[in-house]
Write a protein that binds this ligand. Sequence first.
Ligand SMILES: CC(C)(COP(=O)(O)OP(=O)(O)OC[C@H]1O[C@@H](n2cnc3c(N)ncnc32)[C@H](O)[C@@H]1OP(=O)(O)O)[C@@H](O)C(=O)NCCC(=O)NCCS
Length: 170
Amino acid sequence: MSVPALRRLTAADVDAFRALRIEAMTAEPETFGTDIAEEREKSVEASAATLESTAVFGAWLDGELVGMAGFHRMKPLREQHKGTVWSMYVRSSARGHGLGGKLLRTVIEHARTEVEVLNLVVVSTNTAAVALYERHGFQRWGLEPRALKLDEGRYTTDGYYWLPLTPVEP
Ligand SMILES: CC(C)(COP(=O)(O)OP(=O)(O)OC[C@H]1O[C@@H](n2cnc3c(N)ncnc32)[C@H](O)[C@@H]1OP(=O)(O)O)[C@@H](O)C(=O)NCCC(=O)NCCS
């Protein structure tokens, strides 16, 4: 695999971003909190606004967006010291080469410039993602039963993880 180029996405990347979000939800419907029908309903303007108001990093391979990872800072005044990792995805053909790790480290480094705590939620059976997050120091502090309701009345159990970015008080 040639070396992918990583950079922050802007509103100009909205078409590639939307296409990769749809691909992610089609390929991995049980790993994302957003339903694909909801994703399809989002307007191009809303997606572009999301790219401007959050920080989404993309991995480009031969001109194609093949991976992404986003950072979102909490808005309420008393929660602005926290941020969340969202929309983490690497196309299956590009996996296993460290791209997910590179994207996650880019998000962590960006988060360090803005917040004290980085949070994320992951379906507990998603072993590849759980291993990736734990390898980067995220610690699980809780489990949410019946977190997402899938088809046929099946549910996910989601793990809640945090990564303190400043020394933790004793
Ligand atoms: C989770 C996900 C982003 C990981 O992406 P990735 O690019 O495969 O991640 P990495 O390559 O950095 O790490 C994955 C594995 O490859 C291994 N790896 C890392 N560098 C490698 C290299 N140069 N060569 C071969 N393997 C390598 C890692 O050790 C890791 O193995 P392990 O998990 O078995 O210990 C990807 O599987 C994915 O998109 N999954 C579906 C969407 C998803 O689950 N998103 C998260 C929602 S919360």
